[in-house]
Design a protein around this ligand. Structure first.
Ligand code: BGP
Length: 470
């Protein structure tokens, strides 16, 4: 029987739950970072939109909006708060209640095991660079699989390995805030591949009636010009941002070309072990979560040292346009810009065709693997009237244009099985805080965290109704 297309929206634990130290939860690296002086804005996710106490209202709102799936993440440090590995049953209880609420409305849960927020005790050992992190992650993952079993039909191991690794060890805006540490970037990346494989090994042991996948951040690389040098830059851009995680996760192998290139740039790869190859080969994903925000535009490398910046690092004042987002990877590629393409208020391209191009490329490379668009959203300075009503026509246009491209790819045979708007309601935006909003539902932070659906919420409801025959 044909599976029902999933229509929903997404959140992540640190960004929406609040209750950062409630009922036995241990601190995560994000709690630690946001409470430290490294957090120059002083803004934290301590309370955020307090999903921890508002989940019933939020899930009811999803159902009323016609959504039949909800992507959220589990806070690892709610389940395993400390290095002694003792499970916090209260943590499980919270997510049990969330699942019960989803079940009440027939909402399919799509649950991520880690969305950036490593437990702080893992951070203390070196975080993603800790050589034992994959065993620690597998322990936590196995506990989650045993507890929830088939109640969760869609599990995700890691959210956005590439983006996370880049922010932690290249840009340095996410903890542990290391800038252009290529050695650590590579160790982190490799450990993420191992974490994914070891969690899947635990998952398969239980023979659950459920599927497991990984959520990937980046679209496929593109260039403005089509010269041999540009084609090579595109290939390098893909190796650096897409293939290193997608090839092992889907095909079970790390591209040899990547290994050779990384070695040639002087990285010590002694952390790669021969026995890991079998582990990676035997434990691949069932589905891919592809996020959709903006294009990865590259040009040939010309000069300069490796560097990386994002335009959304710690600004809520509109100065984003000044600090240009981009990367130079010495000997590989440089980021490019295209003046013809409009930008959002944070200087990111609005280029819906990138998701069509990406989906077509994914099919060419990985065949019919089921794909869920696990995030697609527009960050904006929303303006509300005195009743909290937001006419977010810019967000509606953005979502409409991306959906058009996604459905075009689906009509051409890409196995797209679901779609999630980022985000369900307004929540904490990493580093940016609360002014950059993505929600379908407004959260009034000044008035008791009141929820008010935006125009986009009603537009999305209607769009779902009109696309029931997918
Ligand atoms: C993705 C993350 C989300 C979300 C989104 C918007 O990369 O998975 O957690 O935050 O980007 O990003 P930002 O809030 O930085 O604008």
């Amino acid at each position: 029987m044909k599976e029902k297309f999933l229509w929903g929206s997404a959140t992540a634990a640190y960004q929406c739950e609040g209750a950062w130290d409630a009922e036995g939860k241990g601190p995560s690296i994000w709690d630690q970072f946001c409470h430290s002086e490294k957090n120059t804005t002083g803004i934290t996710g301590d309370v955020s939109c307090d999903f921890y106490h508002h989940y019933q209202e939020d899930i009811r709102m999803m159902a009323k909006g016609g959504q039949n799936t909800y992507r959220f993440s589990i806070s690892w440090s709610r389940i395993v708060p400390k290095a002694d590995r003792v499970i916090n049953e209260k943590g499980f209880e919270f997510y049990d209640k969330v699942l019960t609420e989803c079940e009440k409305y027939g909402i399919v849960p799509n649950v991520t095991l880690v969305h950036y927020d490593l437990p702080d005790y893992v951070g203390d050992q070196g975080g993603w660079c800790w050589p034992d992190i994959s065993d620690e992650f597998a322990y936590y993952a196995a506990a989650v699989f045993r507890h929830f079993g088939d109640r969760i039909p869609l599990y995700v191991t890691i959210n956005e390995p590439t983006h996370n690794a880049s922010c932690c060890y290249m840009v340095g805006n996410y903890p542990p805030n290391e800038q252009v540490n290529m050695q650590h970037f590579c160790e982190c990346a490799y450990n993420m591949i191992l974490c994914n494989a070891k969690a899947i090994r635990e998952f398969r042991k239980l023979k659950l009636n459920a599927k497991i996948g990984l959520v990937h951040a980046s679209c496929s690389a593109e260039s403005v010009l089509d010269t041999p040098a540009h084609r090579e830059a595109v290939e390098n851009g893909d190796l650096f941002t897409n293939d290193w995680v997608l090839d092992p996760a889907i095909k079970g192998e790390i591209p040899q070309k990547l290994i050779d290139k990384v070695k040639a740039s002087g990285i010590d790869l002694s952390f790669m072990k021969e026995e890991d190859r079998t582990l990676i080969r035997e434990n691949t994903i069932d589905f891919l979560g592809q996020n959709a925000y903006s294009r990865l535009l590259v040009k040939p490398y010309v000069s300069g040292e490796t560097c990386a910046t994002v335009n959304n690092a710690g600004n809520n004042d509109g100065s984003g346009k000044a600090a240009k987002e981009g990367k130079t990877v010495k000997g590989w590629f440089e980021s490019d810009t295209d003046p013809r393409v409009p930008l959002n208020p944070w200087g990111r391209e609005i280029y819906p065709q990138c998701i069509y191009n990406t989906l077509i490329k994914r099919k060419q490379k990985y065949g019919d693997i089921p794909i869920y668009i696990t995030e697609n959203g527009h960050g904006a300075y929303d303006v509300a009237d005195e009743n909290g009503w937001v006419e977010d026509d810019d967000r509606i246009q953005f979502l409409h244009d991306f959906l058009e491209q996604i459905l075009k790819a689906k009509a051409e045979g890409v196995n797209v099985m679901g779609y999630y708007v980022w985000s369900t309601m307004d929540l904490y935006s990493w580093i940016n805080g609360y002014k950059k909003r993505y929600g379908l539902v407004r959260v009034d932070y000044e008035k008791g965290l009141k929820r008010i659906p935006k125009k986009s919420y009603y537009w999305y409801k209607q769009f779902i109704e009109e696309h029931q025959d997918l």
